[in-house]
Design a protein around this ligand. Structure first.
Ligand SMILES: [Zn+2]
Length: 502
């Protein structure tokens, strides 16, 4: 399996090339639009068929365009039409045909100096051939362009030189505002590394709860049986997805209120403001998506910092839907819907592959309903986050959840965690010796030993698992999940909260 990473590098285009690229883009976009329209209206998605229908026509119409680009434009149209038809079939789109607003111009191996480029140790420019020489069989006219290279490019280029990655042969040229970018695609070989820690994480509305056991520092120290090294670290990474959604919701509402007067109908009602151009224009500037994506990346980065065995819940196809079931309040439903569970999960999986971590999913069954010390069913308290064990101690819901996930990897509680049925008497013998076959047995034994000694120590002072409580502000904090509010704008909200363990 290959990982792909796209790196955009700005081009230093001359005025001449700038003009040329605009006209090439225009031709390319026209082809894509027309072919997409035809394909969707006539329900034709065969690449061969569409090529036969259109290639000669466009070669004549745009005779100066490199024939490679004509081919690529038709191909791109096929892909757009296919995905549109597929989405329409699923009922996800209601427009009669897709609007193609912009295109990425694809240069295949022969339309740019790929061979030359990959041979170079430190490439600083590319040569592209967007237009043909006009004479048959002579190929395209070459334009050399300098690249405004940056650190990210060099990091991947270093990997190419090391043989850890290769550069894909197709180059994409794309315009954003008035700047032109070359988009290089690097194919990276996933790393294989010895795991250095075991990390369980659980995604919540405003935090990601983490339970971490370091293997590096502990493996050799098992003999000393030093408790300091044998306790999993439990902490939260703040994401504030819920709060972010709440804030942007408020901003959107303000925009609607401000726009309303301009869209009043004679009967006193209003046009649906969210459908208007003015609304979309204003909302577009809000960059909610960018912020969210930034936080998703941050969390993925944190969790995969060292090669690890990463354990998380099986989320199912639509985690939001199952979570909002039974929640009446519209606002809370909206916030949960805005929590990017799947995005975060796939970002972690992706980064994990790149950095040599492995992700394992365990069932979500009763992860936050069972005491990780006594395996009894937890009861609610008046604080949504804090649960009470029948053995008279409190447990923070999120810590229970990540600790139970760790348990699920071990033979003992793997069976308990998954099959444990309050009413049914389980025959534990049946499950003896079974564990998740994907995690090396020595590590399973190790997690088991650590959890055993950890929970044994908690039997004396189980308050450790409920440390969240003193930090929860008094009153009405049930949905807030609040610790401290972010202090210095957005960035400050991503502060780690290490919960010191006794
Ligand atoms: Zn308990």
């Amino acid at each position: 399996m290959l990982l792909r990473r796209a790196v955009a590098v700005e081009l230093e285009v001359t005025e001449e090339l700038n003009k040329l690229l605009y006209s090439v883009e225009f031709a390319y976009l026209s082809i894509v639009r027309e072919v997409v329209m035809y394909a969707v209206v006539n329900n034709v998605t065969s690449a061969t068929q569409l090529h036969e229908l259109f290639y000669t026509k466009y070669r004549r119409e745009y005779s100066s365009l490199n024939s490679q680009l004509v081919q690529q434009a038709i191909r791109q149209a096929v892909q757009i039409a296919k995905s549109f038809i597929e989405r329409r079939r699923k009922g996800l789109v209601h427009k009669p045909y897709p609007e193609v607003r912009s295109v990425s111009i694809r240069f295949t191996e022969s339309a740019w100096n790929y061979e030359e480029f990959v041979e170079s140790i430190a490439p600083v420019r590319i040569a592209i051939s967007p237009i043909s020489t006009g004479k048959r069989g002579r190929g395209g006219r070459r334009f050399e362009v300098w690249l405004k290279l940056h650190k990210r490019f060099w990091l991947y280029w270093w990997r190419v030189l090391n043989g850890e990655a290769r550069l894909a042969s197709t180059l994409v040229i794309k315009r954003k505002a008035n700047k032109w970018y070359a988009i290089f695609v690097f194919e990276i070989k996933p790393r294989e590394e010895e795991p250095k820690s075991i990390v369980a994480f659980d995604i919540n509305e405003n935090t990601v709860a983490v339970g971490k056991i370091d293997l590096l520092s502990t493996m050799g120290k098992v003999a000393d049986w030093n408790r300091q090294y044998l306790t999993p670290q439990l902490y939260m990474i703040r994401t504030d997805f819920g709060r972010l959604a709440k804030r942007y919701e408020a901003i959107r509402n303000t925009i609607i209120e401000r726009l309303k007067p301009g869209f009043a109908l004679p009967n006193g009602k209003y046009v649906n403001i969210t459908n208007t151009r003015e609304f979309r224009k204003r909302v577009k500037r809000l960059s909610e998506g960018d912020r969210k994506l930034g936080r998703v990346r941050y969390v993925a980065n944190e969790l995969t910092r060292t090669p690890a065995i990463i354990i998380t819940e099986e989320l199912g196809d639509n985690p939001q839907e199952s979570m909002i079931n039974g929640i009446e309040k519209d606002e809370l439903r909206h916030r949960i819907k805005q929590t990017p569970f799947k995005k975060l999960e796939s970002a972690v999986e992706d980064k994990a592959l790149e950095r040599g971590s492995r992700v394992f999913k365990v069932s979500s069954y009763r992860n936050s309903r069972v005491c990780p010390i006594h395996f009894t069913r937890l009861e609610k308290t008046d604080d949504w986050h804090i649960l009470k064990c029948p053995f008279e101690h409190l447990v923070h819901r999120d810590y229970a959840s990540v600790t139970n996930m760790l348990w699920k990897i071990t033979p003992e509680a793997w069976t308990k965690g998954i099959w444990w049925n309050m009413k049914k008497n389980m025959n534990w013998r049946e499950y003896e010796g079974k564990s998740n076959p994907l995690v090396p047995h020595s590590i399973v034994q190790y997690i088991h030993a650590i959890l055993k000694s950890f929970t044994a120590s908690l039997e004396q002072s189980p308050a450790v698992l409920a440390r969240g409580k003193p930090m929860t502000p008094a009153g009405g904090a049930n949905e807030g999940w609040a610790r401290k509010p972010p202090q210095h704008g957005e960035e400050a909200s991503l502060v780690f909260q290490f919960i010191p363990l006794a």
